[in-house]
Design a protein around this ligand. Structure first.
Ligand SMILES: Nc1ncnc2c1ncn2[C@@H]1O[C@H](COP(=O)(O)OP(=O)(O)OP(=O)(O)O)[C@@H](O)[C@H]1O
Length: 601
Protein backbone atom coordinates (compact mmCIF):
# COMPACT_ATOMS: atom_id res chain seq x y z
CA UNK A 1 0.00 0.00 0.00
CA UNK A 2 1.41 3.39 -0.93
CA UNK A 3 2.00 6.04 1.68
CA UNK A 4 -0.77 8.18 0.21
CA UNK A 5 -3.44 5.50 0.35
CA UNK A 6 -2.33 4.49 3.80
CA UNK A 7 -2.69 8.07 4.97
CA UNK A 8 -6.07 8.21 3.30
CA UNK A 9 -7.13 5.00 5.01
CA UNK A 10 -6.18 6.17 8.43
CA UNK A 11 -7.97 9.42 7.71
CA UNK A 12 -11.05 7.49 6.74
CA UNK A 13 -10.92 5.54 9.94
CA UNK A 14 -10.75 8.64 12.07
CA UNK A 15 -14.06 9.95 13.28
CA UNK A 16 -12.70 13.44 13.87
CA UNK A 17 -14.42 15.09 10.90
CA UNK A 18 -17.74 14.24 12.55
CA UNK A 19 -16.92 16.89 15.17
CA UNK A 20 -17.65 19.47 12.46
CA UNK A 21 -21.28 18.54 12.92
CA UNK A 22 -21.27 19.40 16.61
CA UNK A 23 -22.22 23.08 16.16
CA UNK A 24 -25.16 21.96 14.04
CA UNK A 25 -26.29 19.46 16.65
CA UNK A 26 -25.82 21.91 19.51
CA UNK A 27 -28.26 24.35 17.94
CA UNK A 28 -30.96 21.98 19.13
CA UNK A 29 -30.05 21.47 22.78
CA UNK A 30 -33.58 20.57 23.83
CA UNK A 31 -33.78 17.74 21.32
CA UNK A 32 -30.33 16.53 22.36
CA UNK A 33 -31.30 16.64 26.05
CA UNK A 34 -34.45 14.65 25.31
CA UNK A 35 -32.51 12.09 23.28
CA UNK A 36 -29.84 11.63 25.97
CA UNK A 37 -32.42 11.33 28.75
CA UNK A 38 -34.50 8.66 27.05
CA UNK A 39 -31.39 6.90 25.82
CA UNK A 40 -30.14 6.63 29.40
CA UNK A 41 -33.55 5.57 30.69
CA UNK A 42 -33.91 2.81 28.09
CA UNK A 43 -30.41 1.51 28.81
CA UNK A 44 -30.95 1.57 32.58
CA UNK A 45 -34.23 -0.32 32.19
CA UNK A 46 -32.59 -2.97 30.03
CA UNK A 47 -29.85 -3.38 32.62
CA UNK A 48 -32.41 -3.72 35.44
CA UNK A 49 -34.24 -6.65 33.85
CA UNK A 50 -31.65 -9.38 34.63
CA UNK A 51 -31.78 -8.38 38.34
CA UNK A 52 -35.45 -9.27 38.44
CA UNK A 53 -34.74 -12.52 36.63
CA UNK A 54 -32.11 -13.55 39.21
CA UNK A 55 -34.37 -12.86 42.18
CA UNK A 56 -37.03 -14.95 40.55
CA UNK A 57 -34.81 -17.92 39.76
CA UNK A 58 -33.19 -17.89 43.17
CA UNK A 59 -36.47 -17.63 44.96
CA UNK A 60 -37.75 -20.58 43.01
CA UNK A 61 -41.20 -21.26 41.72
CA UNK A 62 -43.30 -22.63 44.54
CA UNK A 63 -47.07 -22.32 44.78
CA UNK A 64 -46.77 -20.81 48.25
CA UNK A 65 -44.97 -17.77 46.90
CA UNK A 66 -47.42 -16.78 44.21
CA UNK A 67 -47.71 -13.27 45.71
CA UNK A 68 -43.97 -12.77 45.53
CA UNK A 69 -43.85 -14.04 41.94
CA UNK A 70 -46.76 -11.83 40.99
CA UNK A 71 -44.88 -8.84 42.39
CA UNK A 72 -41.83 -9.62 40.34
CA UNK A 73 -43.81 -10.19 37.19
CA UNK A 74 -45.62 -6.94 37.89
CA UNK A 75 -42.28 -5.14 38.19
CA UNK A 76 -41.02 -6.72 35.00
CA UNK A 77 -44.16 -5.60 33.19
CA UNK A 78 -43.63 -2.04 34.45
CA UNK A 79 -39.99 -2.16 33.35
CA UNK A 80 -41.11 -3.37 29.92
CA UNK A 81 -43.57 -0.48 29.61
CA UNK A 82 -40.87 2.02 30.65
CA UNK A 83 -38.48 0.45 28.16
CA UNK A 84 -41.07 0.68 25.38
CA UNK A 85 -41.89 4.32 26.13
CA UNK A 86 -38.27 5.34 26.53
CA UNK A 87 -37.34 3.60 23.27
CA UNK A 88 -40.17 5.29 21.37
CA UNK A 89 -39.22 8.71 22.73
CA UNK A 90 -35.54 8.09 22.06
CA UNK A 91 -36.35 7.17 18.46
CA UNK A 92 -38.40 10.33 18.02
CA UNK A 93 -35.74 12.66 19.43
CA UNK A 94 -32.79 11.01 17.74
CA UNK A 95 -34.29 10.77 14.27
CA UNK A 96 -35.60 14.33 14.49
CA UNK A 97 -32.10 15.58 15.33
CA UNK A 98 -30.72 13.75 12.28
CA UNK A 99 -33.31 15.21 9.94
CA UNK A 100 -32.97 18.72 11.42
CA UNK A 101 -29.17 18.78 11.22
CA UNK A 102 -29.12 17.49 7.67
CA UNK A 103 -31.72 19.99 6.50
CA UNK A 104 -29.57 22.81 7.93
CA UNK A 105 -26.43 21.32 6.46
CA UNK A 106 -27.98 20.94 3.01
CA UNK A 107 -29.16 24.54 3.04
CA UNK A 108 -25.76 25.83 4.19
CA UNK A 109 -23.80 23.82 1.64
CA UNK A 110 -26.14 24.90 -1.16
CA UNK A 111 -25.98 28.56 -0.12
CA UNK A 112 -22.20 28.38 0.06
CA UNK A 113 -21.72 26.58 -3.24
CA UNK A 114 -24.01 28.92 -5.18
CA UNK A 115 -21.85 31.84 -4.02
CA UNK A 116 -18.56 30.32 -5.19
CA UNK A 117 -16.91 31.98 -8.16
CA UNK A 118 -17.03 30.31 -11.59
CA UNK A 119 -13.35 29.43 -11.18
CA UNK A 120 -14.55 26.73 -8.78
CA UNK A 121 -17.01 25.33 -11.30
CA UNK A 122 -14.32 25.29 -14.01
CA UNK A 123 -12.57 22.50 -12.14
CA UNK A 124 -15.40 20.79 -10.22
CA UNK A 125 -18.11 18.75 -11.83
CA UNK A 126 -21.63 19.80 -10.99
CA UNK A 127 -22.72 16.15 -10.73
CA UNK A 128 -20.17 15.53 -8.04
CA UNK A 129 -21.25 18.56 -6.05
CA UNK A 130 -24.90 17.55 -6.26
CA UNK A 131 -23.94 14.07 -5.11
CA UNK A 132 -22.23 15.57 -2.07
CA UNK A 133 -25.33 17.56 -1.37
CA UNK A 134 -27.56 14.50 -1.47
CA UNK A 135 -25.58 11.30 -0.88
CA UNK A 136 -23.08 12.66 1.63
CA UNK A 137 -25.72 14.46 3.63
CA UNK A 138 -27.89 11.33 3.67
CA UNK A 139 -25.00 9.37 5.14
CA UNK A 140 -24.57 12.07 7.75
CA UNK A 141 -28.27 11.97 8.51
CA UNK A 142 -28.13 8.36 9.55
CA UNK A 143 -24.87 8.97 11.42
CA UNK A 144 -26.16 11.90 13.42
CA UNK A 145 -29.49 10.23 14.05
CA UNK A 146 -29.83 6.50 14.24
CA UNK A 147 -26.19 5.44 14.15
CA UNK A 148 -24.95 7.86 16.80
CA UNK A 149 -27.77 6.87 19.11
CA UNK A 150 -27.05 3.17 18.49
CA UNK A 151 -23.42 3.81 19.27
CA UNK A 152 -24.26 5.69 22.45
CA UNK A 153 -26.93 3.21 23.59
CA UNK A 154 -24.72 0.23 22.98
CA UNK A 155 -21.73 1.87 24.64
CA UNK A 156 -23.85 2.51 27.72
CA UNK A 157 -25.26 -1.02 27.57
CA UNK A 158 -21.87 -2.57 27.02
CA UNK A 159 -20.18 -0.68 29.86
CA UNK A 160 -23.20 -1.10 32.13
CA UNK A 161 -23.48 -4.81 31.42
CA UNK A 162 -19.77 -5.28 32.02
CA UNK A 163 -19.96 -3.42 35.30
CA UNK A 164 -22.93 -5.52 36.32
CA UNK A 165 -21.08 -8.68 35.29
CA UNK A 166 -18.22 -7.75 37.63
CA UNK A 167 -20.71 -6.94 40.39
CA UNK A 168 -22.50 -10.24 39.79
CA UNK A 169 -19.47 -12.49 39.72
CA UNK A 170 -15.93 -11.14 39.71
CA UNK A 171 -14.50 -14.61 39.12
CA UNK A 172 -16.51 -15.27 35.95
CA UNK A 173 -15.83 -11.73 34.79
CA UNK A 174 -12.09 -12.33 34.89
CA UNK A 175 -12.62 -15.28 32.59
CA UNK A 176 -14.64 -13.11 30.23
CA UNK A 177 -11.98 -10.40 30.28
CA UNK A 178 -9.42 -13.01 29.33
CA UNK A 179 -11.63 -14.03 26.40
CA UNK A 180 -12.02 -10.48 25.06
CA UNK A 181 -8.68 -10.20 23.23
CA UNK A 182 -9.31 -13.60 21.63
CA UNK A 183 -12.58 -12.22 20.26
CA UNK A 184 -11.58 -8.67 19.46
CA UNK A 185 -8.32 -9.10 17.54
CA UNK A 186 -9.63 -11.31 14.74
CA UNK A 187 -12.73 -9.15 14.46
CA UNK A 188 -10.73 -5.94 14.05
CA UNK A 189 -8.57 -7.54 11.38
CA UNK A 190 -11.62 -8.83 9.55
CA UNK A 191 -13.48 -5.56 9.96
CA UNK A 192 -10.76 -3.75 8.08
CA UNK A 193 -11.00 -6.01 5.09
CA UNK A 194 -14.79 -5.69 5.12
CA UNK A 195 -14.52 -1.91 5.13
CA UNK A 196 -12.04 -1.90 2.29
CA UNK A 197 -14.29 -4.10 0.20
CA UNK A 198 -17.47 -2.14 0.95
CA UNK A 199 -15.64 1.03 -0.02
CA UNK A 200 -14.64 -0.53 -3.34
CA UNK A 201 -18.24 -1.59 -3.92
CA UNK A 202 -19.49 1.92 -3.21
CA UNK A 203 -16.96 3.52 -5.53
CA UNK A 204 -17.89 1.19 -8.38
CA UNK A 205 -21.55 1.94 -7.85
CA UNK A 206 -20.87 5.69 -7.86
CA UNK A 207 -19.17 5.35 -11.23
CA UNK A 208 -22.12 3.40 -12.63
CA UNK A 209 -24.53 6.02 -11.30
CA UNK A 210 -22.53 8.87 -12.83
CA UNK A 211 -22.70 7.11 -16.20
CA UNK A 212 -26.47 6.57 -15.82
CA UNK A 213 -27.00 10.23 -14.93
CA UNK A 214 -25.05 11.43 -17.93
CA UNK A 215 -26.81 9.08 -20.35
CA UNK A 216 -30.33 9.79 -19.10
CA UNK A 217 -29.61 13.53 -19.20
CA UNK A 218 -28.64 13.18 -22.86
CA UNK A 219 -31.43 10.72 -23.78
CA UNK A 220 -32.19 12.57 -27.02
CA UNK A 221 -28.61 12.45 -28.25
CA UNK A 222 -28.31 8.79 -27.27
CA UNK A 223 -31.43 7.90 -29.27
CA UNK A 224 -30.46 10.05 -32.24
CA UNK A 225 -27.22 8.11 -32.51
CA UNK A 226 -28.92 4.75 -31.91
CA UNK A 227 -26.61 4.35 -28.94
CA UNK A 228 -29.16 2.92 -26.49
CA UNK A 229 -27.75 -0.59 -26.88
CA UNK A 230 -24.16 0.46 -26.30
CA UNK A 231 -25.15 2.64 -23.35
CA UNK A 232 -27.14 -0.20 -21.76
CA UNK A 233 -24.25 -2.56 -22.31
CA UNK A 234 -21.85 -0.16 -20.66
CA UNK A 235 -24.20 0.48 -17.77
CA UNK A 236 -24.89 -3.24 -17.46
CA UNK A 237 -21.17 -3.95 -17.28
CA UNK A 238 -20.69 -1.23 -14.66
CA UNK A 239 -23.60 -2.53 -12.58
CA UNK A 240 -22.23 -6.07 -12.87
CA UNK A 241 -18.86 -4.84 -11.66
CA UNK A 242 -20.57 -3.09 -8.74
CA UNK A 243 -22.39 -6.35 -7.99
CA UNK A 244 -19.16 -8.32 -7.96
CA UNK A 245 -17.56 -5.76 -5.67
CA UNK A 246 -20.61 -5.84 -3.39
CA UNK A 247 -20.54 -9.65 -3.36
CA UNK A 248 -16.92 -9.64 -2.30
CA UNK A 249 -17.87 -7.26 0.52
CA UNK A 250 -20.86 -9.42 1.47
CA UNK A 251 -18.67 -12.54 1.54
CA UNK A 252 -16.22 -10.97 3.97
CA UNK A 253 -19.09 -9.64 6.01
CA UNK A 254 -20.76 -13.07 6.16
CA UNK A 255 -17.49 -14.58 7.21
CA UNK A 256 -17.06 -11.84 9.80
CA UNK A 257 -20.51 -12.55 11.19
CA UNK A 258 -19.79 -16.28 11.38
CA UNK A 259 -16.46 -15.79 13.07
CA UNK A 260 -17.90 -13.20 15.45
CA UNK A 261 -20.78 -15.42 16.55
CA UNK A 262 -18.53 -18.45 16.98
CA UNK A 263 -16.02 -16.52 19.06
CA UNK A 264 -18.54 -14.64 21.17
CA UNK A 265 -20.87 -17.51 21.92
CA UNK A 266 -18.02 -19.98 22.18
CA UNK A 267 -16.56 -17.82 24.90
CA UNK A 268 -19.91 -17.43 26.61
CA UNK A 269 -20.46 -21.19 26.58
CA UNK A 270 -16.99 -21.73 27.99
CA UNK A 271 -17.53 -19.18 30.73
CA UNK A 272 -20.93 -20.62 31.51
CA UNK A 273 -19.45 -24.07 31.80
CA UNK A 274 -17.17 -22.75 34.52
CA UNK A 275 -20.20 -21.06 36.05
CA UNK A 276 -22.18 -24.28 36.01
CA UNK A 277 -19.29 -26.03 37.78
CA UNK A 278 -19.46 -23.35 40.47
CA UNK A 279 -23.21 -23.80 40.83
CA UNK A 280 -22.65 -27.56 41.23
CA UNK A 281 -19.93 -26.90 43.78
CA UNK A 282 -22.34 -24.62 45.61
CA UNK A 283 -20.21 -21.48 45.33
CA UNK A 284 -22.65 -19.69 43.02
CA UNK A 285 -26.44 -19.52 43.01
CA UNK A 286 -28.34 -20.54 39.86
CA UNK A 287 -30.01 -17.13 39.78
CA UNK A 288 -26.67 -15.34 39.85
CA UNK A 289 -25.48 -17.47 36.96
CA UNK A 290 -28.67 -16.62 35.04
CA UNK A 291 -28.15 -12.95 35.77
CA UNK A 292 -24.54 -13.18 34.66
CA UNK A 293 -25.60 -14.94 31.49
CA UNK A 294 -28.07 -12.20 30.63
CA UNK A 295 -25.50 -9.47 31.23
CA UNK A 296 -22.93 -11.20 29.10
CA UNK A 297 -25.48 -11.59 26.33
CA UNK A 298 -26.27 -7.87 26.54
CA UNK A 299 -22.56 -7.01 26.54
CA UNK A 300 -21.85 -9.31 23.61
CA UNK A 301 -24.84 -8.07 21.65
CA UNK A 302 -23.93 -4.44 22.17
CA UNK A 303 -20.31 -5.11 21.23
CA UNK A 304 -21.50 -6.70 18.00
CA UNK A 305 -23.68 -3.69 17.24
CA UNK A 306 -20.82 -1.33 18.06
CA UNK A 307 -18.56 -3.03 15.53
CA UNK A 308 -21.20 -2.56 12.82
CA UNK A 309 -21.89 0.99 13.87
CA UNK A 310 -18.20 1.81 13.68
CA UNK A 311 -18.20 1.08 9.95
CA UNK A 312 -21.18 3.33 9.36
CA UNK A 313 -19.75 6.11 11.47
CA UNK A 314 -16.46 6.04 9.61
CA UNK A 315 -18.33 6.27 6.31
CA UNK A 316 -20.27 9.25 7.62
CA UNK A 317 -17.02 10.73 8.82
CA UNK A 318 -15.72 10.57 5.24
CA UNK A 319 -18.88 12.31 4.09
CA UNK A 320 -18.53 15.01 6.75
CA UNK A 321 -14.95 15.57 5.67
CA UNK A 322 -15.92 16.02 2.01
CA UNK A 323 -18.70 18.43 2.94
CA UNK A 324 -16.31 20.26 5.25
CA UNK A 325 -13.91 20.73 2.35
CA UNK A 326 -16.74 22.12 0.27
CA UNK A 327 -17.74 24.53 3.01
CA UNK A 328 -14.16 25.70 3.37
CA UNK A 329 -13.88 26.51 -0.31
CA UNK A 330 -13.36 30.25 -0.55
CA UNK A 331 -14.86 32.25 -3.40
CA UNK A 332 -12.14 33.96 -5.38
CA UNK A 333 -14.24 37.06 -5.92
CA UNK A 334 -15.51 37.81 -2.44
CA UNK A 335 -16.70 41.29 -1.56
CA UNK A 336 -14.06 43.48 0.16
CA UNK A 337 -14.60 44.26 3.84
CA UNK A 338 -15.42 47.88 3.08
CA UNK A 339 -16.82 47.92 -0.43
CA UNK A 340 -16.67 51.19 -2.37
CA UNK A 341 -20.24 52.29 -3.11
CA UNK A 342 -21.21 52.65 -6.77
CA UNK A 343 -22.49 56.09 -7.80
CA UNK A 344 -26.25 56.71 -7.62
CA UNK A 345 -28.02 57.09 -9.99
CA UNK A 346 -26.17 54.51 -12.10
CA UNK A 347 -24.32 55.86 -15.15
CA UNK A 348 -23.85 52.79 -17.33
CA UNK A 349 -20.17 53.32 -18.06
CA UNK A 350 -17.69 50.47 -18.52
CA UNK A 351 -13.95 50.64 -18.97
CA UNK A 352 -11.09 48.15 -19.27
CA UNK A 353 -7.59 49.50 -18.61
CA UNK A 354 -4.67 47.32 -19.75
CA UNK A 355 -6.42 44.14 -18.61
CA UNK A 356 -4.42 40.93 -18.70
CA UNK A 357 -6.24 37.74 -17.84
CA UNK A 358 -5.74 33.98 -17.87
CA UNK A 359 -8.32 31.46 -16.67
CA UNK A 360 -7.26 29.92 -13.34
CA UNK A 361 -7.68 26.45 -14.87
CA UNK A 362 -5.21 27.25 -17.69
CA UNK A 363 -3.03 29.89 -16.16
CA UNK A 364 -0.25 29.62 -18.73
CA UNK A 365 -2.50 30.74 -21.62
CA UNK A 366 -3.57 34.37 -21.63
CA UNK A 367 -7.14 34.94 -22.76
CA UNK A 368 -6.82 38.75 -22.60
CA UNK A 369 -3.55 40.55 -23.32
CA UNK A 370 -3.57 44.20 -22.36
CA UNK A 371 -7.17 44.95 -23.27
CA UNK A 372 -8.25 48.59 -23.00
CA UNK A 373 -11.51 50.17 -24.07
CA UNK A 374 -14.23 52.42 -22.78
CA UNK A 375 -17.98 52.35 -23.29
CA UNK A 376 -19.84 55.56 -22.51
CA UNK A 377 -23.36 55.77 -21.00
CA UNK A 378 -26.04 55.03 -23.58
CA UNK A 379 -23.59 53.77 -26.21
CA UNK A 380 -24.08 50.54 -28.17
CA UNK A 381 -20.79 48.83 -28.77
CA UNK A 382 -20.43 45.64 -30.80
CA UNK A 383 -17.58 43.24 -30.14
CA UNK A 384 -16.61 41.04 -33.05
CA UNK A 385 -13.68 38.75 -33.59
CA UNK A 386 -12.72 35.21 -34.43
CA UNK A 387 -13.68 32.30 -32.22
CA UNK A 388 -11.51 32.17 -29.11
CA UNK A 389 -10.55 35.86 -29.37
CA UNK A 390 -11.79 36.52 -25.82
CA UNK A 391 -15.24 38.03 -26.40
CA UNK A 392 -17.08 35.95 -23.79
CA UNK A 393 -14.17 36.48 -21.42
CA UNK A 394 -14.82 40.24 -21.55
CA UNK A 395 -18.37 39.59 -20.33
CA UNK A 396 -17.13 37.29 -17.58
CA UNK A 397 -14.81 40.00 -16.29
CA UNK A 398 -17.52 42.68 -16.41
CA UNK A 399 -19.75 40.39 -14.34
CA UNK A 400 -16.75 39.82 -12.06
CA UNK A 401 -16.86 36.07 -12.41
CA UNK A 402 -13.06 36.35 -12.38
CA UNK A 403 -10.56 39.07 -11.48
CA UNK A 404 -7.97 40.24 -13.99
CA UNK A 405 -4.37 39.15 -13.45
CA UNK A 406 -3.41 42.80 -13.92
CA UNK A 407 -5.16 45.96 -15.08
CA UNK A 408 -8.54 47.29 -14.00
CA UNK A 409 -12.17 46.78 -14.95
CA UNK A 410 -14.37 49.70 -13.94
CA UNK A 411 -18.13 50.08 -13.86
CA UNK A 412 -19.45 53.59 -13.33
CA UNK A 413 -15.82 54.60 -12.69
CA UNK A 414 -15.39 52.22 -9.73
CA UNK A 415 -12.82 49.41 -9.83
CA UNK A 416 -15.15 46.42 -9.50
CA UNK A 417 -12.65 44.59 -7.31
CA UNK A 418 -13.32 47.25 -4.68
CA UNK A 419 -17.11 47.03 -4.95
CA UNK A 420 -19.59 44.43 -3.73
CA UNK A 421 -20.02 41.92 -6.59
CA UNK A 422 -23.76 41.73 -5.94
CA UNK A 423 -24.10 45.49 -6.28
CA UNK A 424 -22.08 45.38 -9.51
CA UNK A 425 -24.23 42.60 -10.95
CA UNK A 426 -27.41 44.42 -9.97
CA UNK A 427 -26.45 47.03 -12.59
CA UNK A 428 -26.13 44.45 -15.33
CA UNK A 429 -28.69 42.56 -17.37
CA UNK A 430 -27.42 39.76 -19.55
CA UNK A 431 -28.94 37.93 -22.48
CA UNK A 432 -26.61 34.99 -23.03
CA UNK A 433 -26.21 32.97 -26.19
CA UNK A 434 -27.48 29.81 -24.56
CA UNK A 435 -30.47 30.96 -22.62
CA UNK A 436 -31.01 29.18 -19.31
CA UNK A 437 -34.64 28.30 -18.76
CA UNK A 438 -35.51 26.67 -15.45
CA UNK A 439 -38.08 23.96 -14.86
CA UNK A 440 -40.63 26.47 -13.53
CA UNK A 441 -43.53 28.51 -14.89
CA UNK A 442 -43.09 31.06 -17.67
CA UNK A 443 -43.91 33.74 -15.13
CA UNK A 444 -41.20 32.59 -12.73
CA UNK A 445 -38.69 32.26 -15.54
CA UNK A 446 -39.22 35.86 -16.57
CA UNK A 447 -39.22 37.08 -12.97
CA UNK A 448 -35.98 35.19 -12.29
CA UNK A 449 -33.50 37.60 -10.71
CA UNK A 450 -36.09 40.37 -10.20
CA UNK A 451 -37.39 39.82 -6.70
CA UNK A 452 -40.51 41.81 -5.99
CA UNK A 453 -41.63 42.00 -9.61
CA UNK A 454 -45.43 42.06 -9.78
CA UNK A 455 -47.49 40.01 -12.21
CA UNK A 456 -48.29 43.17 -14.15
CA UNK A 457 -44.59 43.98 -14.48
CA UNK A 458 -43.83 40.47 -15.72
CA UNK A 459 -46.62 40.70 -18.29
CA UNK A 460 -45.43 44.12 -19.44
CA UNK A 461 -41.89 42.79 -19.88
CA UNK A 462 -43.22 39.85 -21.90
CA UNK A 463 -45.22 42.24 -24.04
CA UNK A 464 -42.18 44.40 -24.72
CA UNK A 465 -40.20 41.27 -25.54
CA UNK A 466 -42.79 40.26 -28.19
CA UNK A 467 -43.51 37.15 -26.16
CA UNK A 468 -47.12 37.68 -25.06
CA UNK A 469 -48.62 36.11 -28.14
CA UNK A 470 -46.88 32.77 -27.87
CA UNK A 471 -47.27 32.69 -24.09
CA UNK A 472 -51.01 33.19 -24.36
CA UNK A 473 -51.22 30.33 -26.80
CA UNK A 474 -49.68 27.97 -24.21
CA UNK A 475 -52.06 25.81 -22.21
CA UNK A 476 -51.87 27.83 -18.99
CA UNK A 477 -50.46 31.08 -20.30
CA UNK A 478 -47.94 32.59 -17.91
CA UNK A 479 -48.55 29.75 -15.48
CA UNK A 480 -47.46 27.08 -17.94
CA UNK A 481 -44.76 24.88 -16.52
CA UNK A 482 -41.83 24.60 -18.93
CA UNK A 483 -39.71 21.45 -19.09
CA UNK A 484 -36.23 21.14 -17.74
CA UNK A 485 -33.84 23.49 -19.59
CA UNK A 486 -36.84 24.93 -21.46
CA UNK A 487 -37.06 21.86 -23.65
CA UNK A 488 -40.70 22.56 -24.49
CA UNK A 489 -39.93 25.97 -26.02
CA UNK A 490 -38.47 26.85 -29.41
CA UNK A 491 -35.14 28.65 -29.76
CA UNK A 492 -36.78 31.98 -30.61
CA UNK A 493 -39.24 31.62 -27.71
CA UNK A 494 -36.42 30.93 -25.28
CA UNK A 495 -34.60 34.02 -26.49
CA UNK A 496 -37.64 36.20 -26.03
CA UNK A 497 -38.10 34.88 -22.49
CA UNK A 498 -34.47 35.84 -21.84
CA UNK A 499 -35.09 39.29 -23.28
CA UNK A 500 -38.20 39.73 -21.11
CA UNK A 501 -36.12 38.64 -18.12
CA UNK A 502 -33.46 41.23 -18.92
CA UNK A 503 -36.08 43.94 -19.53
CA UNK A 504 -37.67 43.28 -16.16
CA UNK A 505 -34.32 43.65 -14.45
CA UNK A 506 -34.19 47.16 -15.88
CA UNK A 507 -30.43 47.47 -15.43
CA UNK A 508 -28.42 50.37 -16.91
CA UNK A 509 -25.91 48.05 -18.58
CA UNK A 510 -26.91 45.34 -21.02
CA UNK A 511 -24.61 42.52 -22.04
CA UNK A 512 -25.94 40.76 -25.07
CA UNK A 513 -24.41 37.64 -26.55
CA UNK A 514 -26.16 37.20 -29.84
CA UNK A 515 -27.31 33.69 -30.60
CA UNK A 516 -25.42 32.14 -33.49
CA UNK A 517 -28.09 29.65 -34.41
CA UNK A 518 -30.28 30.95 -37.21
CA UNK A 519 -33.96 31.55 -36.49
CA UNK A 520 -36.66 31.50 -39.14
CA UNK A 521 -37.45 34.89 -40.61
CA UNK A 522 -40.52 35.49 -38.45
CA UNK A 523 -38.85 34.60 -35.16
CA UNK A 524 -35.79 36.60 -36.20
CA UNK A 525 -37.93 39.70 -36.74
CA UNK A 526 -39.68 39.25 -33.41
CA UNK A 527 -36.39 38.71 -31.54
CA UNK A 528 -34.86 41.72 -33.30
CA UNK A 529 -37.80 43.90 -32.35
CA UNK A 530 -37.62 42.69 -28.76
CA UNK A 531 -33.90 43.44 -28.66
CA UNK A 532 -34.37 46.94 -30.06
CA UNK A 533 -36.75 47.63 -27.18
CA UNK A 534 -34.29 46.19 -24.70
CA UNK A 535 -31.28 48.17 -25.95
CA UNK A 536 -33.11 51.48 -25.97
CA UNK A 537 -31.82 53.97 -23.39
CA UNK A 538 -29.13 51.76 -21.93
CA UNK A 539 -25.49 51.08 -22.44
CA UNK A 540 -25.22 47.93 -24.52
CA UNK A 541 -22.23 45.75 -25.21
CA UNK A 542 -23.10 43.11 -27.74
CA UNK A 543 -21.07 40.16 -28.95
CA UNK A 544 -22.30 40.48 -32.49
CA UNK A 545 -22.80 37.69 -34.97
CA UNK A 546 -25.10 39.47 -37.40
CA UNK A 547 -24.47 42.22 -39.91
CA UNK A 548 -27.69 43.99 -38.88
CA UNK A 549 -26.36 44.33 -35.35
CA UNK A 550 -22.95 45.72 -36.28
CA UNK A 551 -24.55 48.18 -38.66
CA UNK A 552 -26.66 49.52 -35.80
CA UNK A 553 -23.79 49.78 -33.31
CA UNK A 554 -22.23 53.15 -32.50
CA UNK A 555 -18.84 51.54 -32.46
CA UNK A 556 -17.29 48.19 -33.25
CA UNK A 557 -14.40 46.70 -31.29
CA UNK A 558 -12.56 44.03 -33.22
CA UNK A 559 -11.01 41.60 -30.79
CA UNK A 560 -8.20 39.31 -31.84
CA UNK A 561 -6.16 37.05 -29.60
CA UNK A 562 -7.06 38.90 -26.40
CA UNK A 563 -6.51 42.47 -27.54
CA UNK A 564 -8.26 45.12 -29.62
CA UNK A 565 -7.03 44.82 -33.18
CA UNK A 566 -9.26 47.49 -34.70
CA UNK A 567 -11.94 49.94 -33.70
CA UNK A 568 -14.45 51.98 -35.70
CA UNK A 569 -17.74 51.80 -37.54
CA UNK A 570 -18.68 49.20 -40.10
CA UNK A 571 -17.84 51.53 -42.97
CA UNK A 572 -14.58 52.86 -41.57
CA UNK A 573 -13.40 49.35 -40.76
CA UNK A 574 -14.29 48.05 -44.20
CA UNK A 575 -12.28 50.91 -45.67
CA UNK A 576 -9.30 50.01 -43.48
CA UNK A 577 -9.27 46.57 -45.07
CA UNK A 578 -8.00 44.76 -41.94
CA UNK A 579 -9.33 41.84 -39.90
CA UNK A 580 -12.87 43.20 -39.78
CA UNK A 581 -12.97 43.63 -43.54
CA UNK A 582 -11.80 40.05 -43.89
CA UNK A 583 -14.43 38.75 -41.48
CA UNK A 584 -17.14 40.77 -43.23
CA UNK A 585 -16.00 39.68 -46.68
CA UNK A 586 -16.07 36.04 -45.68
CA UNK A 587 -19.52 36.52 -44.37
CA UNK A 588 -20.82 38.06 -47.57
CA UNK A 589 -19.05 35.46 -49.68
CA UNK A 590 -20.52 32.55 -47.78
CA UNK A 591 -23.85 34.30 -47.46
CA UNK A 592 -24.01 33.20 -43.83
CA UNK A 593 -25.17 35.39 -41.02
CA UNK A 594 -22.42 34.58 -38.58
CA UNK A 595 -19.49 36.89 -38.11
CA UNK A 596 -17.27 34.84 -35.92
CA UNK A 597 -17.39 31.40 -37.46
CA UNK A 598 -14.59 31.86 -40.03
CA UNK A 599 -11.74 31.88 -37.55
CA UNK A 600 -9.01 30.30 -39.65
CA UNK A 601 -6.75 32.01 -42.18
N1 LIG B 1 -13.63 28.55 -18.36
C1 LIG B 1 -12.51 28.54 -19.09
N2 LIG B 1 -11.40 27.96 -18.61
C2 LIG B 1 -10.25 27.95 -19.31
N3 LIG B 1 -10.11 28.54 -20.51
C3 LIG B 1 -11.17 29.14 -21.06
C4 LIG B 1 -12.44 29.17 -20.38
N4 LIG B 1 -13.32 29.84 -21.15
C5 LIG B 1 -12.65 30.21 -22.26
N5 LIG B 1 -11.36 29.81 -22.22
C6 LIG B 1 -10.30 30.07 -23.22
O1 LIG B 1 -10.12 31.48 -23.28
C7 LIG B 1 -9.98 31.91 -24.63
C8 LIG B 1 -11.01 32.98 -24.95
O2 LIG B 1 -12.30 32.38 -24.90
P1 LIG B 1 -13.66 33.15 -25.13
O3 LIG B 1 -14.73 32.20 -24.77
O4 LIG B 1 -13.61 34.44 -24.43
O5 LIG B 1 -13.64 33.37 -26.70
P2 LIG B 1 -14.78 33.95 -27.64
O6 LIG B 1 -14.16 35.03 -28.41
O7 LIG B 1 -15.97 34.28 -26.84
O8 LIG B 1 -15.05 32.69 -28.57
P3 LIG B 1 -16.43 32.20 -29.26
O9 LIG B 1 -16.81 33.20 -30.28
O10 LIG B 1 -16.04 30.90 -29.89
O11 LIG B 1 -17.41 32.05 -28.15
C9 LIG B 1 -10.09 30.68 -25.49
O12 LIG B 1 -8.78 30.30 -25.83
C10 LIG B 1 -10.73 29.64 -24.60
O13 LIG B 1 -10.23 28.36 -24.90
Amino acid sequence: MSAATEAEQSKRRSLKPLSRLLPYVMRYRKLVAGAVFFLGLAAATTLALPLAVRRMIDHGFSAADSGFINNYFGMMAILAVILALASAMRYYFVITIGERVVSDLRRDVFAHVTKLSPAFFDVNQSGEIVSRLTADTTQIKSAVGATASLALRNSILCLGAMAMMIATSPRLSILVLAAIPIIVFPLVAFGRSVRRRSRAAQDTLAEASAFAGETIGAARTVQAFNAEGIATERYGAAVEQAYEAARAAIKSRALLTGVAITLVFGSIVAVLWFGAQSVLAGTLSAGTLGQFLLYSLIAAGSMGTLSEVWGELSQASGAAERLGELLQEVSQVAAPTNPVPLPVPPLGRVSFADVHFAYPSSISRSALKGLSFRVEPGETVAIVGPSGAGKSTVFSLILRFYDPVSGTVRIDDVDIREADPQKVRARIAIVPQDVTIFAATIHDNIAFGSTGATRAMVEAAAEAAQATEFIQRLENGFDTQVGERGITLSGGQRQRIAIARALLRNAPLLLLDEATSALDAESETLVQKALDGLMKDRTTIVIAHRLATVLKADRILVLDDGHIAEEGTHHSLIREGGLYAKLARLQFETGGSDFTAPASE
